[in-house]
Design a protein around this ligand. Structure first.
Ligand code: FMN
Length: 149
């Protein structure tokens, strides 16, 4: 059994709905998971469990307001977590050009700075192509879980 922290950032609810669907799938497969809708630093520093980031992108490649406090705190304090597994699911819209899925890149950067260990390739979900993010997120998560150390 693996305990997963699902760190959510969402403006209009798409990433949150995706995170909840992931949680339901993980639970049905016997994993322990926590959906952190407004994640705080202590949620992550209190344990070494794998982190699954599930965020959308807002502004110009920015992290949603619900995730911004954690992002800023991590960036300011950089609590070292060597080898901590993390994965990234990011929602965006390719019509935004250069800032496509930028929030995922920002989160990945800070987790690398904390010496985390990235598991799997980032899943970028383009709103232009995929109206229902869960449809591709759920099989991705199944593969991601299988790659966890
Ligand atoms: C005001 C606004 C700004 C956005 N900025 C970006 C952006 O810079 N890059 C990107 O890839 N997507 C951008 N998006 C698209 C959202 O990330 C995308 O629609 C996503 O599916 C929304 O997920 P949510 O419902 O969890 O907020 C933006 C959307 C809005 C409404």
């Amino acid at each position: 059994m693996t305990a997963i922290n699902i760190v959510v950032g969402s403006v209009y609810g798409g990433a949150l709905q995706t995170a909840r669907a992931i949680h339901a799938q993980l639970a049905s497969e016997g994993h322990q998971a926590l959906v952190l809708e407004t994640p705080e630093l202590a949620d992550l520093t209190a344990n070494n469990d794998p982190v699954l980031i599930c965020t959308s992108t807002t502004g110009q490649g920015e992290v949603p307001p619900t995730l911004l406090p954690l992002y800023m705190n991590l960036r300011d304090t950089l609590p070292l977590k060597p080898g901590r597994p993390f994965g990234v699911i990011v929602l965006g819209d390719s019509s935004y050009g250069d800032t496509f899925c930028g929030a995922g890149d920002l989160m990945e950067e800070v987790f690398h700075e904390m010496a985390g260990r990235k598991v799997g390739d980032t899943l970028r979900i383009d709103a232009l192509e995929t109206p229902d993010p869960e449809v591709i997120a759920l099989p991705w998560v199944r593969e991601w879980i299988a790659q966890l150390p």
